[in-house]
Design a protein around this ligand. Structure first.
Ligand SMILES: [Fe+2]
Length: 253
């Protein structure tokens, strides 16, 4: 569909082109779909309902990423892997045509350090690790966590960079410097609809304009958010990002 549009209009993706679906992305790599282990899906029926929607939207693979937050969601690789296997069984039983895998969304604090040392880390694709920062303030150990992850050979994906207001102050400089250090930035589709506020929306658009985004994901927690994900198909900046050719989602298939 995308290539056909390009050949018809010959542009570089500047024209606004509402998408039919998300099949250009192929893979979603940030969501909360294992029932009962974080603030995402509550039941297996919830999970299956959401996965059916992913299939309908053109995705071929979903890599779900339950929270690992020490003292909040104390998930382990064992808990997540068991949950993944149960969801896979339900996918087969319900005839959903999707590949399903699981990693984690790690809250980057000092509790991550021993896990890095023991290689007790769930990864996405070719050794990517999805991390999130505090929403309130930059934590002291953040640079240490990132340094140790990279020194151990992991590739860092930072979840929703548009959602950390304390990073807005430097304009895009801090994020440009992270990109220069091979940190990959993952935008949430829902940020472009203003789900996380006007500040996050504006910053998301700015990062797209600066070509800083490497992954796009739903960060889906419940079926209601899926309606917003569908509305994203008509958003100009989302289309611009997909047309940029920079997104790496499909490399995870
Ligand atoms: Fe998340």
């Amino acid at each position: 569909m995308f290539n056909l549009f390009k050949s018809l209009f010959g542009g570089k993706g500047e024209s606004f082109r509402p998408l039919n679906d998300y099949s250009d992305l192929i893979v979603d790599m940030h969501s909360h779909l294992i029932p009962g282990i974080d603030d995402g899906a509550k039941t297996m029926d919830d999970s299956i309902a959401m996965l059916r929607q992913f299939e309908a939207l053109g995705y071929k693979k979903v890599i779900t990423t339950p929270h690992i937050v020490t003292g909040g969601y104390d998930n382990t690789p064992e808990i997540i892997t068991k949950g993944r296997d149960k969801v896979r069984k339900a996918i087969a039983a319900n005839g959903v045509n999707l590949q399903f895998d699981a990693a984690a969304e790690y809250y980057a604090d000092e509790s991550m350090l021993p896990k890095i040392e023991k290689s007790d880390i769930l990864t996405i694709g070719n050794n990517y690790v999805l991390i999130e920062f505090s929403f309130l303030a930059k934590t002291r150990v953040l640079s240490e966590v990132m340094y140790k992850l990279q020194a151990a050979g992991y590739k860092i994906i930072l979840a929703h960079p548009e959602r950390y207001p304390y990073m807005y102050g430097s304009d895009l400089e801090e994020y440009k410097s992270l990109c220069d250090k091979n940190v990959f930035l993952q935008l949430n589709i829902l940020s472009l609809q203003g789900k996380y506020g006007a500040g996050a929306k504006a910053f998301a658009e700015k990062m797209i304009d600066a070509n800083l985004i490497s992954f796009l994901a739903t960060d889906l927690h419940n079926i209601r958010q899926m309606e917003m994900v569908k509305e994203g198909l008509n958003i100009k900046h989302l289309n611009k990002l997909i047309d940029s050719g920079k997104l790496l989602n499909k490399t995870l298939l």
